[in-house]
Design a protein around this ligand. Structure first.
Ligand SMILES: Cc1cc2nc3c(=O)[nH]c(=O)nc-3n(C[C@H](O)[C@H](O)[C@H](O)COP(=O)(O)OP(=O)(O)OC[C@H]3O[C@@H](n4cnc5c(N)ncnc54)[C@H](O)[C@@H]3O)c2cc1C
Length: 296
């Protein structure tokens, strides 16, 4: 029986309990606190459990060991070394769907740390994404910057261009500022409904301002360049890019160098945005290897 919604929502815990129950009914045995520590001859798996190390033979093996983000969940990426020992090529695991670091001037943090930047359009090269960002102590977080991660990682000098008012043209913005002749940012806060976070950036980002005209400020609001340092560490990212290279796999996601050993999920070299796409790719590759392992 599929868990029924309680007050309109399905909670994760009952879903997981029911899933585990179903797997037990199908004969699945769970061995928790066993760490896979390598592959011996004839695909024997080496495990560590408490202080013991032992090997086990299996007809077919599916590895689904995840990436390297959030290691506290067990996904430490230690398998990279183990598979590299078998001469399997792995693209290094790096942060995907992660925040980016910015060396904010102190006044920006004083005025805007934790503030949202709403309804903006973010651009990296020729890719753009609408949404919301948050100014954090170390940089920027939020959906649009996660989405642009692959493009940003490919840049020598990563930077984003923010359009704080994507639905208004420069002319419209200038018209709305009316006869203002000074205190342009303060006037823009009121007349353009500019976020306090955006106002802090316009006041304190280096090499900008002081603003001498409404048009000058409007141009910046539509095209505010923020140089980025680097993505946050992979341990804090939502997912990892990199993993087992596709060239190491056959069409059934079996390792060509280790016949009978299949891989699924985030440990393969793909990446996807959040919003269900990562889980979908894990389910899709899991289904594929499940079927392939059965018929191998
Ligand atoms: C905070 C957060 C939010 C997320 N939100 C979303 C979202 O909204 N939408 C979405 O689609 N995806 C989301 N994801 C990503 C998604 O959860 C992952 O992509 C997915 O769980 C990866 O599945 P997997 O089976 O490949 O690996 P994992 O789920 O990481 O599972 C790997 C398992 O292998 C075990 N393991 C690793 N090494 C060993 C070893 N040597 N021996 C024994 N066991 C080992 C680990 O303990 C772990 O249980 C989110 C991830 C995080 C961290």
């Amino acid at each position: 029986m599929f868990p029924a919604p309680v007050s309109g929502t399905i909670k994760a815990a009952p879903l997981l309990r029911r899933w585990v129950e179903r797997l037990r009914e199908l004969g699945v045995k769970f061995q928790t606190n066993h760490q896979w520590a390598g592959i011996g001859t004839d695909n024997q798996l080496i495990f560590r459990h408490d202080t013991d190390t032992f090997t086990k033979s299996h007809d077919r093996i599916i590895l689904a060991l995840g990436g390297a983000s959030w290691p506290e969940t067990g996904s430490t990426g230690h398998w990279v070394k183990l598979l590299e020992n078998q001469s399997i090529k792995i693209h290094p695991l790096t942060s995907a769907n992660s925040g980016w670091e910015v060396d904010w001037p102190a006044p920006i943090l004083e005025e805007a740390e934790g503030q949202p930047l709403k309804n903006l359009e973010l651009r990296a090269g020729n890719e753009k994404r609408r949404g919301e960002l948050v100014i954090t102590r170390y940089g920027l977080e939020g959906g649009p910057i996660y989405h642009l991660g692959p493009r940003l990682r490919s840049m020598d000098q990563p930077a984003v261009i923010v359009d704080f008012k994507p639905d208004q043209s420069i002319t419209e913005l200038v018209d709305r500022l009316g006869k203002a002749q000074r205190n342009f940012v303060r006037e823009a806060r009121r007349r353009w409904k500019l976020d306090s976070g955006a106002a802090a950036l316009l006041k304190h980002l280096p090499d900008r301002g002081p603003w001498k005209s409404a048009e000058q400020l409007a141009r910046e609001v539509k095209h505010c360049r923020i140089p980025l340092d680097q993505p946050r560490p992979v341990t804090e990212a939502i997912s990892s890019a990199g993993g087992v290279c596709w060239s190491e796999l056959d069409d059934n996601l079996m390792l060509k160098k280790l016949p009978g050993v299949f891989v699924a999920g985030e440990m393969i070299d793909w990446e996807a945005p959040t919003g269900g796409y990562l889980l979908q790719a894990c389910f899709a590759t899991g289904t594929r290897v499940g079927k392939a392992a059965l018929s191998w």
